[in-house]
Design a protein around this ligand. Structure first.
Ligand code: IPM
Ligand code: MG
Length: 368
């Protein structure tokens, strides 16, 4: 075969193994028709690694991920590890991969398929098609952590109990590089960019606003505006179809992308890409979690992971055709009426058929 892509696959926990193997199967089938070979290497991270090695992110995993062309991740975590030392929680694997690979830009597209409009909790979802650009290696997720210390000051001046803190801090460099990604992305789309912040309270937000307003001069074609995060949470529900690109900090992006996932019918439909410097491997993963209650039962929706593989083809390798082949196959599969349990709902048409992870994956492959 002419070309070969080395993919580091991190299945992780819960439904992770089922959905990543589904995505790799689809990817192999889609790439084969273009004479491209997909070489998948499985790596351990998350709860599975905690159980085996006592740590969530073994050195071998991070080194092999760095050596790969791109990383495909399922999901990590689950209630089984709720009581482990916070330093070795499975989620730490995700944060370690993000910072270890320098993946500062998290791209989370939100789209409602016509076939799934009735699954959206919105009465009239309209034509929803926007992208959340979330800063991923800074802010409160990577800020200073205070251990529980005594000396909690109450607002009445008394001292009682312990205190803990996590600090939100951002440098101008961190903000500018993510803003640039967002402005550039807006230029390839409907040329609208919304900065979501809390500039009425937070100093870091005021810095985001100042830098974004400055950068807006370099992109005169982009219609730029700002929203406070509380207001944005409301507007995403009340006028979702008016958003194009949203750029925001790590924590706000985390919260708003779950909210947006729900209006798209199911969080089980939303893919994501996490990108670093040009030429370095990005990480592609569904935005949903490990859904331990569904694990191992052939019930998980693999479409978000499959769509993440499509994003990988487009954004990492510039394989636009393979990416759109996969996306069209997903659309066809939904059109044909196949659904996993998260995207079925009362009152649907008669052609709807509830199927499992394996069946919907096979259908996507046949529809390629
Ligand atoms: C996400 C997840 C992670 C995050 C968790 C699992 C650490 O919610 O990717 O959105 O908060 O970033
Ligand atoms: Mg999240």
């Amino acid at each position: 075969m002419a070309k070969k892509y080395n993919i580091a696959v991190i299945p992780g926990d819960g439904i992770g193994p089922e959905i990543t193997s589904a995505a790799i199967e689809v990817l192999e089938a889609a790439a084969k028709s273009k004479e491209i070979e997909i070489v998948a290497r499985e790596l351990k991270a998350g709860g599975e690694a905690v159980d085996q090695f006592g740590i969530p992110l073994p050195q071998e995993t991070i080194s092999a991920a760095k050596d790969s062309d791109a990383v495909l991740l399922g999901a990590v975590g689950g209630p089984k590890w709720d009581n482990v030392d916070p330093e070795v929680r499975p989620e730490k694997a995700l944060l370690g991969l993000r910072s270890g690979l320098g993946l500062y830009a998290n791209i989370r597209p939100v789209k409602v398929y016509d076939e799934l409009k009735a699954a959206s909790p919105l009465k009239n979802p309209g034509n929803i098609d926007f992208v959340i650009v979330r800063e991923l290696t800074g802010g409160i997720y990577f800020g200073k952590i205070g251990s529980y210390q005594s000396g909690d000051r109450l607002s009445d001046g008394t001292v009682k109990g312990k205190v803990a803190y996590d600090t939100e801090s951002y440098s101008e460099g961190e903000i500018n590089r993510i803003l640039k990604i967002a402005f550039e992305l807006a230029m390839t789309r409907r040329k609208k960019l919304t900065l979501v912040d809390k500039a009425n309270v937070l100093l870091t937000s005021r810095m985001w606003r100042r830098l974004a307003s400055q950068m807006a001069y370099d992109y005169p074609e982009v219609e730029f505006d700002c929203l406070y995060v509380d207001n944005a949470a409301m507007q995403i529900i009340s006028r979702p179809s008016t958003f194009d690109v949203i750029v925001t900090s790590n924590l706000f992006g985390d919260i708003l992308s779950d909210e947006a996932g729900q209006i798209a019918g199911s969080i089980g439909m939303l893919p994501s890409a996490s990108l670093g410097a040009a030429g370095t491997p990005g990480m592609y993963e569904p935005i949903h979690g490990s859904a331990p209650d569904l694990a191992g039962q052939n019930k998980a929706n693999p479409l978000a992971c499959i769509l993440s593989a499509a994003m990988m083809m487009r954004m990492q390798f510039g394989e636009e055709e393979i990416a759109s082949d996969i996306e069209n196959a997903v659309k066809k599969t939904l059109e044909s009426g196949l659904r996993t349990s998260d995207i079925t709902f009362v009152g649907e048409g008669t052609n709807i058929k509830l199927v499992g992870t394996k069946e919907i994956t096979q259908a996507v492959i046949e529809n390629l």
